[in-house]
Design a protein around this ligand. Structure first.
Ligand code: HPA
Length: 275
């Protein structure tokens, strides 16, 4: 059973074939301005698409060229805490996958619980803890890959993590990796929760990305996931986290993230290597 969104987009994009899908999370929509658009669709106009209800999530699907690479980007995402069912919330990412992308780049804003992290730092997810506790099942279209998940195969592609770290070094900064704890949200955590997450092995915490990464993994699309640490939780000292800070720090982090994604695409998806 195909998605109606695919039919809709294909009928309006005259053979445009994106190679990379990009999800721009909280405050990261700026990368969208670097894309020379071929077509921009509002989520609300695409059949079956949910529409984001949180500020900082514009709700556009953009087809276009980032440098010389044809991409499809979601400017904004829908979260489970907005009231969507898992299957609805995943339609936009499923659409990117069904457009036959070769790489999925995910991004999010997170709270840093590794005390070495700093606000505004970009961290690569190399693992996660799914604290969404399967509140709702992901409805897989094909046979699920639970076997692989439980055999400790990393969802986050090692080759792409290394490529991203190399590119970052060339641009003059180091990229740490970390384990992301996914909560349902929408609240930020109590100090006790931050402490518990830290003790259980997480480096950052946020409210998205994990279902998208699982879906892509199940569909055998390599995933590269960037997390922008927007606040560092000090579990011994009360600090207030609010959405404005999150947006502010993530927009600063774009100064690193945007050139990094551009250099990765120009190196690994050069114009001549069209498949
Ligand atoms: N907790 C959960 N999600 C977040 C946070 C946080 O501290 N900061 C940004 N997204």
């Amino acid at each position: 059973m195909g998605l109606k969104s695919i039919e809709f987009i294909r009928a309006r994009s005259a053979g445009f074939q994106p190679r990379v899908g990009i999800v721009l999370g909280s405050g990261l929509g700026d990368l969208a301005h670097r894309i020379a658009p071929t077509r921009i669709f509002k989520f609300e106009d695409i059949p079956e698409f949910p529409t984001p209800r949180v500020s900082g999530h514009a709700g556009n699907l953009i087809l276009g060229e980032l440098g010389h690479t044809p991409v499809v980007a979601l400017q904004g995402r829908c979260h489970l805490y907005e009231g969507w069912q898992m299957a609805q919330a995943l339609v936009p990412v499923q659409t990117l996958i069904d457009l036959d992308i070769e790489l999925l780049i995910l991004s999010n804003a997170s709270g840093g619980i590794n005390p070495r992290f700093r606000s505004g730092q970009v961290v690569l997810m190399d693992s996660h803890i799914d604290g969404m506790f399967r509140a709702q099942p992901i409805i897989f279209q094909s046979k699920p890959n639970y076997g692989n998940l439980s055999r400790n195969v990393t969802l986050y592609d090692r080759t792409w993590i290394e490529r991203a770290q190399q590119s970052a070094l060339k641009l003059g900064f180091a990229l740490s990796t970390g384990t992301y704890w996914a909560t349902l949200g929408p609240n930020y955590e109590t100090r006790s929760e931050y402490r518990m997450f830290r003790n259980l092995g997480a480096d950052m915490v946020g409210m998205s990305t994990v279902p998208e990464a699982k879906l892509a993994f199940e569909r055998k699309i390599p995933v590269l996931a960037f997390s922008i640490v927007t606040n560092v939780a000090n579990s011994d000292n009360a600090t207030v986290t609010d959405h404005a800070d999150v947006l502010n720090w993530s927009s600063q982090a774009q100064e690193q993230l945007v050139p990094l994604i551009e250099s990765l695409l120009s190196e690994y998806f050069p114009p001549s290597s069209a498949s």
